[in-house]
Design a protein around this ligand. Structure first.
Ligand code: SME
Length: 173
């Protein structure tokens, strides 16, 4: 890869698995330069955003909420790609809060049917949230929103959970 930005370029015609595998490889390469969580999560948001857009999947938000060290029981907005979003989310509230609390991926086919879903953007219809967990502690969540219903499936879950593992082991929090 001659330039950093080339990591955001995905060839046309690749399958979802191929594109998401490429996200993992790019994330590993980029995070080998630094363990700073802001830098790594910022570039990761870009990788994920461009990956889904290359597949024609209408992702309208891709980014992170991290544990707020100043307010117990709260997540705070981290690096992201997309429109302005809610700044804080209580652990246990919404899809992000549920992922943080249960430490399990939330794959939501229709956000309007998820009790307590927090609508940062009324145009969102589906969502996947993967917790970032190390030593049984949630450090944050990866949140991806889609304009379509059923925007994500088991393949997304599989690769994004692998990405979460790479993130949690590459960052100093
Ligand atoms: N929908 C999320 C809130 C975050 S935004 O989607 C960026 C939730 O219910 O937790």
């Amino acid at each position: 890869m001659p330039n950093h930005a080339d990591h955001s370029n995905y060839s046309a015609g690749l399958s979802k698995s191929e594109v998401l595998e490429s996200v993992l490889l790019s994330y590993e390469a980029l995070s080998s330069d630094t363990s700073n969580w802001v830098a790594n999560l910022a570039n990761c948001s870009s990788l994920v955003w461009h990956a889904y857009h290359s597949l024609g999947i209408k992702v309208n938000w891709a980014g992170f909420y991290v544990l707020n060290k100043e307010v117990e029981g709260e997540l705070i907005l981290g690096p992201f790609h997309g429109k302005v979003a809610c700044q804080t989310i209580k652990i246990g509230k919404g899809v992000c809060g549920a992922a943080a609390q249960t430490k399990e991926t939330q794959l939501v086919a229709n956000v309007h049917e998820f009790p307590g879903h927090i609508a940062c953007d009324g145009d969102t219809n589906s969502e996947i949230v993967v917790p970032l967990v190390k030593d049984n502690v949630t450090f944050g969540v990866l949140d991806i929103d889609c304009l379509e219903l059923n925007g994500f499936d088991a393949t997304d879950r599989e690769y994004l959970e692998k990405l979460a593992q790479l993130i949690i082991h590459s960052c100093t929090w």
